[in-house]
Write a protein of this length. Sequence first.
Length: 447
Amino acid sequence: MKNRSHWSGPLSFFLVAVGSAVGLGNIWKFPYIAGENGGGAFVLVYLLCIALVGLPIFVAELYIGREGQSNIVHTFNVLEKKKSRWRFVGHLGILSAFVILSFYSVVGGWIIDYFLKALNFSFEGRSGSDISGMLNLLFSSPGKQIIYHMVFMFITFMIVVGGISKGIERWSKILMPAFLILLLGLFIYSVTTPGFKDSLVFLFYPDFKMLTPSGVLEAVGHSFFTLSLGMGAIMTYGSYLKKSEDLIKTAFYIGLADTIIALMAGIVIFSIVFTYGLEPSSGPKLMFETLPTLFSKDAAGNVLAMSFFGLVLFAALTSSVSLLQVVVSYFEENSNLSKTAITLLSAFSIFCLGILSALSTNLLSDFYVVEGLTFFDFFDKLSSHYLLPLGGLLMAVFFGWKLDTEEIKKIFLDHPKTKLYFFVLIWSNRILAPLAILIMTINSIFS
Ligand code: PFF
């Protein structure tokens, strides 16, 4: 096995893990699925899922990665000290990475298109209908979508080839804080808009009549998606950790940062929705119709649009990189090809799969894989609703039941509040998280 590099320090690891977690899931997906599922009650279930299911599995995944110091398949062999049957959880993760990155990159492509539009001052002085027309135009063009998707995959490829410390760490330190500052600015602005109060009511006042079993499954699935859990991305990053890291604290702060960013993005977007009388449940188009409306007022708004889409693009790339890294780390340790060749081959195959999603809003818009789902919807649902929760469930069971509890205890014992933390951690992974995932999935399938 080749020698593994490590993060240069706790802050670097934190930024890179936040980089993986914070992405299109927070800014694009969370607001639109909250809108489609009626707001408050959905958000409440989502927050509960993050706290009770997501965070314990986050610690488990980090632990499995760090102890194994290997790729997501071999790490199970290392921990079981034999050829483990649990290796298939790693294979499942590689499949999930392929599926997710294939459509994630298509949405990344839409961001590139909007970033270029902002550079051309295309939003300045545009009306609401012009703005929705822009997105429809992009959706109807297979060529444009495929090219932007290719550009997004190519940048992801370039960063991964640069290596973990040189490539991702350096930029994360500057651009993630910049993104946070910009989002904070937008948030403060949204407080002054007439729609602000309505956005708070929409997002935080739970109306349980609006909650459906499939909405609940969406919330569970999204808690995995947004934390990059259940497919080995966090495990892979954990495998580059030194043994001295406090995993519980790290997981807590990453979860907190991710959640705050999603909620802030939600408040900004719904303030615009309610200020301008837009439709909360307009689906994947929501972000692309709301924010440009705000940015269209004048040239200053357009400059804001450049920074916004530029930084969202960066946030999307720090997530896509973690997806590609899962695949590359595995093949790097299992083949004789050079890292560049492996990265190129992986990125190219994912690009090819993604073409199906890029065509889902035009040439293949009438082709349904199953019950009304285009390729894009199918890959999204397959990963968020099934692959990630299943991967998370298996990791929780492996951590809670398969690993030696005494060993785990030793590691977490130096923590001052260890007894309580340890108890919560073990029992969440043993019972609570697996049961919650099972019940919610079965409930959704049979309702
Ligand atoms: N967490 C990312 C987001 O919210 O955009 C998406 C993602 C990245 C999911 C990495 C899964 C993953 F492994």
